[in-house]
Design a protein around this ligand. Sequence first.
Ligand SMILES: [Zn+2]
Length: 97
Amino acid sequence: MDACYKDDLSPISDSCNCLACQHHTRAYIHHLLTTNELLGPILLTMHNLRCYEVFFRDIIMSIEEGRFKSYKAALSARALDFHNSRDSPKKRKTSLL
Ligand SMILES: [Zn+2]
């Protein structure tokens, strides 16, 4: 577990509306994970499932609206930015999606 989250009172992602991000902080989830509480992985799973739901919903919408190519290019650019921010995860306040 990354100790930089120990005192971080922000949600996993500012832009996510899942239950974990709306009601819990990174510090609390870090505590749950370091003490092996089952709720920690459950909250992370809830967040990850919401990310997948949004990810695939956006892909489907871009295909239906005929703009998948530009969506893919924008997503690739955001993925590169996200990857480059990995050296300073505490500064990262947004998720890939
Ligand atoms: Zn979330």
